[in-house]
Design a protein. Structure first.
Length: 439
């Protein structure tokens, strides 16, 4: 596939870059919050307009001044690197605030870059912005688009202008959709972004020791044999009672939404902690039982464990054997690379099991014979299974046709699930039962 042209949205912090990205993107949504520096990792999507396909990227607020804060400095350098890779730059300014010294500084750098620049004057729906538009003529750009990212005013004209600027580039590109969506989930600072970078073999996610560095779900595609896999890094999920900031609440929602849209979840746990926390258990049950996703548990930070830590962790896991026996677990170190090469092959195995198809005869014979060997009773009455069939894969969904559906609770369905798991390897994948009255 031809490489897509890059259209980068740049500007100082809090001018509406993410709101504009969300207006132009049909699938990916950038986090919007009225606070400086919300965007850290860049977010991207493929946009097609007027027979032109391009990669649209929402960057962090651009600053030319070096920061003494290591995280902010990495964010700044990342934004500058994006500018150097751009085919077209959308320079967003705040028409309501007027022309500021920071805008002048960024403009000088963009002129020096030699890139095609479209000046987008945002918040044009306000009277003040309309009165101050002339100020931005001093920046020296021939191509100017007044817009309102919030209300969509002028965004169509902006897209037309981008298509014209890409006139010499290739046209519509068919983007190969991922056949499998994988999400990295876990508490803050457990190593999700480090693992993302290890799997992609590039510095895609910012990695620091500061909890909450990743603020929104970011996705990239990777090829594994003939399969295109979408890998999504998510913000760390804390317990509800520890979330006292609106921004962090939005970050958690972003993570849980990514889980709902995924096929398989890689839940990272801190092996160096020596125990599995209640929050990690809740995330495991949420992904596996509630959302019926394939699940792989990755015990990260093995480079920081010792014999005592490992023994403590094993003891902590014993009381959760009823869940763990259904899952696949791996010991890894995203820092040293230990067992990283085994993750995607394991994900592929879970994906195949997640899509397993049983024949109707196979299921009926298997479950009926199990009931003959071990009859089930409810209020003194023997349970009778008339028929069964699988109606769905990913997740495996089986309909049980019975004489009295009200008699089939978690215990009875657990019996049938154990029969299936004893019959074939279903580690890492949930089994969903639907009970209906036989006609």
């Amino acid at each position: 596939m031809k490489k897509l042209s890059r259209v980068i949205i740049v500007g100082r912090t809090n001018v509406g870059k993410s709101a504009l990205f969300n207006r132009m993107s049909s699938t990916v949504k950038s986090l919007i919050f009225d606070e400086h520096g919300v965007t850290r990792d860049y977010v991207k999507d493929v946009v097609t307009w007027k027979d032109k396909s391009f990669e649209l990227i929402d960057s962090a607020g651009l600053s030319l001044k070096k920061s003494t804060d290591p995280l902010l400095e990495r964010v700044r350098l990342s934004a500058l690197n994006l500018v150097s890779s751009a085919h077209v730059i959308i320079f967003v300014v705040d028409g309501k605030s007027g022309l500021l010294p920071e805008d002048h500084e960024i403009s000088k750098a963009l002129h020096k870059s030699g890139k095609k620049v479209i000046l987008a004057i945002n918040k044009i729906d306000t009277k003040l912005a309309q009165e101050q538009t002339y100020e931005f003529d001093r920046l020296g750009y021939k191509t100017i688009c007044p817009i309102s990212a919030l209300h969509g005013t002028g965004v169509t004209d902006l897209l037309d202008t981008i298509a014209e600027a890409l006139a010499d580039e290739h046209g519509v590109v068919e983007v190969k959709k991922a056949g499998l969506s994988v999400v990295l989930l876990g508490k803050p600072n457990v190593g999700k972004s480090s693992l993302m970078n290890q799997l992609l073999k590039e510095e895609r996610s910012l990695v620091t020791d500061i909890p909450g560095t990743t603020r929104e779900a970011i996705s990239e595609n990777i090829q594994f044999f003939k399969e295109t896999i979408e890998i999504t890094d998510t913000p760390g999920v804390r317990r509800k009672r520890t979330i006292d900031l609106e921004l962090e609440g939005m970050m958690v929602k972003s993570s849980l939404r990514a889980v709902r849209e995924a096929d398989i979840v890689l839940l990272l746990l801190d092996a160096a902690a020596g125990k599995i926390s209640d929050q990690e258990l809740k995330l495991a049950y949420y992904a596996f039982d509630d959302q019926k996703k394939g699940l792989l548990l990755l015990f990260n930070k093995q480079d920081l464990t010792d014999d005592q830590t490992k023994a403590d962790l094993e003891f902590s896991l014993e009381e959760h054997e009823h869940l763990l026996k259904k899952l696949v677990t791996m010991n890894i170190s995203a820092k040293t690379g230990k067992n990283i090469g085994s993750i995607l092959p394991t994900v592929h195995e879970i994906w195949e099991r997640y899509n397993k198809q049983f024949s109707q005869e196979e299921i009926v014979v298997l479950l009926k014979q199990a009931l003959i060997r071990t009859p089930l009773y409810r209020t003194g009455q023997m349970l009778r299974l008339m028929s069964a069939k699988q109606i769905k894969t990913a997740p495996i969904t089986i309909v049980l046709y019975v004489d009295n559906p009200s008699w089939y609770g978690p215990s009875q369905l657990g019996f049938f699930e154990n029969v299936l798991r004893g019959y074939t390897d279903l580690r890492g994948v949930p089994v969903h039962f639907v009970v209906r009255k036989a006609s």
